[in-house]
Design a protein around this ligand. Structure first.
Ligand code: EPZ
Length: 429
């Protein structure tokens, strides 16, 4: 079994450059299905989820050439299938991002219902409701969603109950060839939505308003292949910024736009971090004790749920008590229970976590509950007494490229290692 083992007590300092955003790259890859020909994506993170999306596209008939570490040439001219099998969707929920593109290209799609995951039910009812209003027919049969458009897709106004990132993306992509115009109200505003809209417009689509809660998509005849650079990963950046904050830094995090972490950086400054913003980087350090402040997660530009665990880790060493409220996912506090094994004092009340700051964490064996919680456990290990061993590191590999190497380059005493998997009755002692 692979684990990440970290020895606490060493500060981290220096420079780290983040990769392209996982939560944009996956959708940009899906969008290439709508532009038959050779599309080139650069600044693509070399992470497990991108490999799974590559498998989905190849299953559909695309040819993918990996050039260097971070460049993909995706030829979708010979894509001739519109079904994504369960074993791929089960590996990665984001595979449902091919639903809109397949409807746009073929007028039909069969996509396995995504299962839930550790952080929640991950339903797609808003995707389905929105697409039905465009004229999509759905049948769910034996765990597969069968989508078809018997009378074509007609632009209409879609009001989302919640600013869902995935629903906004699928509706945007399904609408590129509608008759007329689709308006999405209460659309998600994440920077990754803007990156996808930019790609679609470069392909010849007519998308306006991305980044606001009202997005208009005017139907066009066809899209053409393009070259596009994936936007920097604000969540990977925020993860390293939080690590600099808990250790003291100074660390310069490069390769992203600090405007994509507006509220996060403001909150971190209120917590006592010193933040110097550049055009594509941030330098972070901390001398003062961590100030305890309340945090509630919300869709962008609110505080991102994907930085909730990392921020709770900071607050768990705060000078007082505070409340962390998780409004986006129904079950995203498993990280807290693992952190308690390291001495954190956290009480969960529904979607609130009461966090009482403690002096020190003590190193322990902990399990990564999801990719962000796993990164936050390694972060806790950086300042814990003794050694911390984080298992289930496959979660971390889904969203972080060279996570251990980047931390080693910043001076952390951390490494990946193989240990006997005790769960299978491995040798003890
Ligand atoms: C995207 O997930 C990201 N994943 C998530 O990042 C991120 O946490 C989330 O957006 C919110 O920012 C990718 O982009 C691959 P949602 P998504 O639709 O699209 C509920 C990470 O760590 N909902 O905005 O699934 C849903 O269950 C991952 O990188 C419905 O009920 O998020 C959730 O509670 C984790 N019905 C909430 O809305 C729907 O039809 C937000 O979901 C759709 C969503």
């Amino acid at each position: 079994m692979e684990v990440i083992r970290v020895k606490g007590g060493r500060s981290i300092e220096g420079e780290v450059t983040v990769e392209g955003a996982k939560n944009s790259a996956l959708k940009l890859m899906a969008a290439t299905l709508m532009a038959p020909g050779v599309n080139t994506l650069t600044n693509v993170p070399n992470i497990a989820d991108v490999h799974v999306m590559g498998k989905v596209l190849k299953y559909l008939g695309a040819r993918i050439e990996v050039l260097g570490e971070h460049e993909l040439k995706i030829d979708t001219s010979s894509v001739d299938r519109w079904e994504t099998p369960y074993h791929l969707v089960a590996q990665m929920r984001a595979s449902t991002a091919v639903l809109g593109p397949l409807l746009s290209r073929f007028g039909k799609a069969i996509v396995a219902m995504p299962g839930g995951c550790n952080i929640g039910a991950r339903k797609i009812d808003m995707h389905i409701l929105g697409l039905e209003s465009l004229g999509v027919n759905f049948d769910v049969d034996h765990g597969d969603i069968h989508a078809s458009i018997p009378h074509g897709l007609k632009g209409t106004q879609v009001m989302l109950d919640f600013a869902s990132v995935g629903a906004t993306e699928n509706l945007m992509m399904a609408s590129v060839h509608v008759t007329g115009t689709t308006v999405i109200e209460n659309a998600a505003r994440e920077p990754e939505i803007v990156d996808l809209a930019n790609l679609l417009n470069e392909m010849g689509a007519k998308v306006s308003g991305a980044g606001s809660s009202r997005i208009e998509i005017e139907g066009v005849e066809e899209l053409h292949p393009v070259e596009h650079r994936v936007v920097g990963d604000r969540i990977e950046a925020g993860t390293f910024i939080a690590m600099a904050g808990i250790c003291g830094g100074p660390v310069t995090v490069k390769g992203f736009d600090p405007a994509h972490l507006g509220l996060v950086l403001k909150k971190y400054e209120l917590m006592g971090l010193d933040v110097e913003r550049g055009r594509h980087e941030c330098t972070v350090s901390r001398q003062a004790p961590i100030r305890s402040i309340d945090i509630q997660t919300l869709p962008f530009p609110g505080f991102p749920t994907d930085l909730q665990a990392q921020t709770m880790c900071l607050l768990a060493q705060g000078s007082d008590s505070c409340i962390v409220t998780e409004n986006v996912f129904e079950n995203r506090f498993m990280f807290a229970s693992e952190l308690q094994r390291m001495g954190a004092d956290i009480t969960i009340e529904g979607h609130h976590a009461i966090v009482r700051g403690v002096e020190r964490f003590s190193g322990a064996e902990v399990k990564s509950p999801d990719l962000r919680g796993g990164a936050a456990l390694v972060m806790a290990g950086l300042v814990a007494d003794g050694y911390t061993t984080v298992s289930d590191v496959h979660h971390i590999d889904r969203g972080y490229e060279c996570f251990v190497e980047k931390l080693q380059a910043l001076g952390a005493e951390v490494r990946r290692m193989e240990v006997p998997d005790l769960e299978d009755g491995g040798e003890v002692g």
